[in-house]
Ligand binder design. Structure first.
Ligand code: ATP
Ligand code: MG
Ligand code: FE
Length: 346
């Protein structure tokens, strides 16, 4: 199979081409700079940018893969979750391509795509593993088996903000702009991660072991900035960014490794946009090395939204003989990743 993946759930327009677990090529466009002044993604702007990016970005992917459009045998597309206006553009594009080529079409769950991204770099997942999804809209610990055949078990989520959302909000209040993750990371390079003792929420013994909360951390950062400003003191942006980043990383690493140990497993997979974070990657590696756990994290360009990860899911579905979704597939902006059969299908 030569599977084309289409992603448009947020502000990235992505096309990727995967064949038998191998990434042949991809194209990616982002409207992030157009949202910078608003501190977050504006759905209408994202949708219009997707519309303009679809044809040129598809061409980039085809050129990169050295594949002709007629060589595509299957099309996979994000059907949710995501911004409704944005998902619709990719869905319309994918339907048009599948219809014109006469190929099967698969609707794919966006988070399954994030998880599958790692298989493009490190091969098939082991029989069972813990997957930490850390992205703009989700912070979840999952127990995962065969990505296509086995139910996905949800161990815990965030009670409030997602980890990426916390990066975006703190970036905004430090005046560092959108997207917040890369901006905070850059600012944190010269900062002292121990300068401020920001809260690590939900780590007491009585707290739910795999549940996260990041809104208190964001509030603590806001209070710190306010009181410094009120006192007329300079705001040490680098120290605050580094200390914030360290607080997020400590909780993510502690809880996900706890899940690996308590389940008696030996592999931790970290995926989603926040997995691009250098401090998270380094600290997770250190903790996993110490615990004798194998850490799998995709390269940063496969952590943030892209079409290759959607093609990876399509490729797994095709290999497993899954029934295509068909051209009538609808967008599902608030799709949940549940334990149904074929959990990857959107
Ligand atoms: P979801 O996948 O939950 O639907 P999304 O698709 O918007 O949400 P992703 O594209 O996976 O999310 O990730 C984007 C998020 O990742 C943003 O919140 C961004 O700030 C964060 N992010 C990106 N790069 C980094 C980084 N280097 N460090 C920390 N966070 C980062
Ligand atoms: Mg994005
Ligand atoms: Fe995403």
């Amino acid at each position: 199979p030569v599977v084309l993946g289409v992603e448009s759930s947020c502000d990235e327009t992505g096309f990727g081409i995967v064949s038998d677990g191998v990434l042949l090529g991809q194209g990616l466009a982002s409207s992030a700079v157009q949202h910078a002044d608003f501190g977050g993604v504006v759905p209408e702007i994202a949708a219009r940018a997707h519309l303009e990016a679809v044809v040129p970005t598809l061409q980039i992917a085809l050129d990169d893969a050295q594949v002709r459009l007629e060589d595509i045998t299957h099309v996979a597309v994000t059907s949710g979750p995501g911004l409704a206006t944005a998902v619709h553009v990719g869905l319309a594009a994918a339907k048009s391509i599948a219809w014109s080529l006469g190929t099967p079409l698969y609707g794919v769950h966006h988070l399954a795509g994030h998880a599958a991204a790692d298989t493009l770099e490190h091969g098939p997942l082991p029989e069972r593993s813990i997957v930490l999804i850390v992205s703009g809209g989700h912070t979840s610990i999952l127990a995962v088996g065969d990505l296509v055949r086995d139910p996905i078990e949800h161990l815990g989520d965030t009670l409030d903000d997602a980890a990426g959302e916390a990066f975006d909000k703190v970036s905004r209040l430090l005046g560092l702009g959108y997207p917040g993750g890369p901006a905070i990371s850059r600012a944190a390079v010269d900062g002292d991660p121990a300068a401020f003792a920001f809260p690590r929420a939900m780590l007491r013994p009585k707290d739910a072991p795999y549940t996260f909360s990041f809104s208190g951390l964001k509030t603590a950062v806001a209070r710190t900035v306010e009181s410094l400003e009120r006192a007329g003191e300079p705001v040490p942006v680098a120290d605050i960014a580094a200390s914030f980043e360290q607080a997020v990383v400590d909780v993510l690493v502690t809880k996900s490794l706890r899940a690996v140990k308590e389940r008696g497993l030996d592999t931790l997979v970290i995926v989603g946009g926040v997995a691009a974070n250098a401090r998270l990657r380094a600290e997770a590696q250190r903790a996993c090395d110490a615990a004798g756990v194998e850490l799998r994290v995709p390269p940063p360009r496969l952590c943030t939204d892209n079409g290759a990860m959607i093609a990876a899911v399509g490729d797994l579905l095709v290999s497993a003989g899954a029934e295509p979704s068909g051209l009538q597939i609808a967008a599902d902006p608030s799709a949940v990743l549940h334990g149904a059969q074929l959990p990857l299908l959107g």
